[in-house]
Design a protein around this ligand. Structure first.
Ligand SMILES: Cc1cc2nc3c(=O)[nH]c(=O)nc-3n(C[C@H](O)[C@H](O)[C@H](O)COP(=O)(O)OP(=O)(O)OC[C@H]3O[C@@H](n4cnc5c(N)ncnc54)[C@H](O)[C@@H]3O)c2cc1C
Length: 470
């Protein structure tokens, strides 16, 4: 047994797992490239050990022991990340938050709830709903992800247009820093007390500390919830419709517009004819929902949208969290992935066209499509899906990189942002400089060095391995 595992055992007893099955199960997240490499027998290596602390003190002890032994620590929440945020190497220790689970407190008067970081996202939402309240954060992976992982990746939920993203819901955090100290931010609805320390950890992807608790700002369950759907001639027209709706002050909870390919694929009965399909869900008091339905119908009609079957939204609600597995495709020699980006309004349609054109030039491409699903006053996201089958299976990895490159090249050249909600991980770390610039990279590196001088926490996720901690 290695020295660090011996010391972890002394400090944490049977919280330290070294059996092959547990180490195997924590080698990686859902990143399709790691899954492909696994199938090819060259996937990520088994970590030295998996530690499952049950308290903040045990997290602190784990980090302190690993720091003294200069051992890398990779935090594992639900393991549902899709960007390679978790990818272990032989000498790593995985810190699983599975033992840090459950509700700490819920407060109906102040509309707050605190969860331990390893709590499953769906379990947290269901617990809050039993009090007549909601968190309102519905990523498709809600049943797979942990509260801490949602914070650490700056995730977005399907109802984000009304309720905001994770950063709009988190009131305070408890975080164990790389040297074992515990930071607790203050619970207050807003502060003008210098830079907001929560934002150091929102999106930090396990590189700056381990989130151990998070407090959400809640809402009462909505009184009414009603769907609405429209056809538009194409994606551009639909994007203009969404821009008008947001500009005029309407805030549907769900706003999803599909290009012709995805409209036909997802709604074959309701939009089979090459048009773009827009679905919306309005939530809140009955008066507000009625006003939104009427106002949105008027705006869409003014710019050429035609009202479609609203029952489609119920169908989407029933199906929306069915999670597809990648393995069926990979075994057939098909490589696929999704890439979510963001842009101000003026660049959305040009980026869409350039990225799809770029994907269609990749050898072996079978399908390239997109939808938008998170709208803001100043712009929206685009969520691309690609499938490709290169002539040779050995070329699947190169094809994968070619697809990613073609989309991110189009986004950067077109003035967009490279990541809307899946995070950076190992798939995008080499391109973070195009988002934040060399000065931004230096600043992030300085922060990383100050907190984690030996680059022990999840090196290679977020900042490129060659530069982090340098
Ligand atoms: C089918 C599917 C659908 C998805 N849909 C969405 C979606 O709609 N919206 C969305 O935003 N994302 C989505 N994702 C991506 C993923 O679910 C999110 O990124 C989620 O937030 C990851 O949470 P997790 O607990 O699984 O994190 P993990 O995969 O365990 O970890 C993600 C990163 O965060 C770090 N981390 C985890 N926990 C902590 C902690 N407590 N403290 C510090 N660092 C930590 C890890 O080290 C890693 O770098 C989807 C993924 C899948 C597979």
């Amino acid at each position: 047994m290695s020295q660090v595992v011996e010391r972890l055992r002394e400090g944490l007893g049977d919280r330290v797992k070294v059996d092959e099955a547990t180490r195997d199960a924590h080698r990686r997240d859902w990143w399709v490239l790691s899954e492909l490499q696994d199938l090819q027998g060259r996937g990520p290596e088994r970590p030295l050990a998996v530690v499952e602390p049950q308290s903040v003190e045990e997290v602190s002890r784990t980090l302190t022991i690993c720091r003294e032994a200069r051992t890398h620590v990779v935090t594992y929440g639900g393991g549902s990340g899709v960007c390679g945020g978790i990818r272990s190497e032989a000498g790593d220790v995985i810190l699983s938050t599975a033992g840090l689970s459950g509700l700490v407190d819920v407060d109906d008067h102040n509309l707050t709830a605190t969860f331990r970081a390893g709590t499953n996202g769906l379990a947290a939402e269901e617990e809050i709903q039993s009090h007549g309240l909601t968190i309102g954060h519905w990523p498709q992976s809600i049943g797979l992800a942990s509260v801490g992982g949602l914070v650490a990746t700056r995730s977005a939920g399907q109802f984000s247009t009304a309720y905001g993203n994770i950063e709009d819901m988190i009131l305070d955090l408890e975080v164990v820093l790389p040297d074992g100290q515990v930071l607790r931010t203050r619970r207050t609805p807003r502060a003008s007390a210098g830079p907001d320390l929560r934002h150091l950890f929102l999106g930090s992807e396990g590189t700056l500390g381990v989130i151990t608790e998070a407090t959400f700002s809640l809402r009462p369950l909505p009184e009414a919830s009603r769907g609405q759907a429209f056809h538009f001639t194409d994606l551009d027209a639909g994007v203009e419709g969404i821009r008008r709706i947001l500009r005029d002050g309407f805030r549907p909870a769900v706003v999803r517009l599909y290009d012709a390919k995805e409209s036909g694929r997802n709604f074959p009965d309701d939009c089979p004819d090459g048009r773009s399909f827009l679905i919306l869900l309005h939530e809140g008091p009955e008066e507000l929902v009625a006003a939104q339905i009427a106002g949105v119908a008027k705006r869409c009609a003014e710019i050429g949208g035609t009202e479609a079957n609203a029952a489609t939204v119920d169908h989407w609600l029933g199906e929306r969290n069915n999670v597809p597995g990648f393995d069926v495709f990979l075994e057939k020699g098909i490589i696929l992935d999704t890439i979510e980006i963001a842009s101000t309004w003026e660049h959305v349609a040009p980026i869409y066209r350039a990225a799809i054109a770029g994907l269609e030039k990749v050898d072996g491409i079978l399908s390239a499509s997109a939808h938008t699903s998170h709208a803001y006053r100043s712009g929206t996201n685009l969520y691309f899906t690609f499938l490709a089958r290169p002539a040779e299976r050995e070329a699947m990895e190169a094809t994968y990189h070619a697809c990613w490159r073609s989309v991110l090249d189009a986004v950067v050249a077109g003035g967009g942002g490279i990541a809307h909600h899946h995070g950076i991980g190992r798939v995008r770390s080499g391109r973070l400089v195009e988002e934040v610039g060399p000065v931004g990279i230096d600043l992030l590196r300085t922060v990383k060095r100050a907190l984690d001088p030996d680059d022990l926490l999840n090196p290679g996720a977020l900042l490129p391995a060659s530069t982090a901690g340098a």
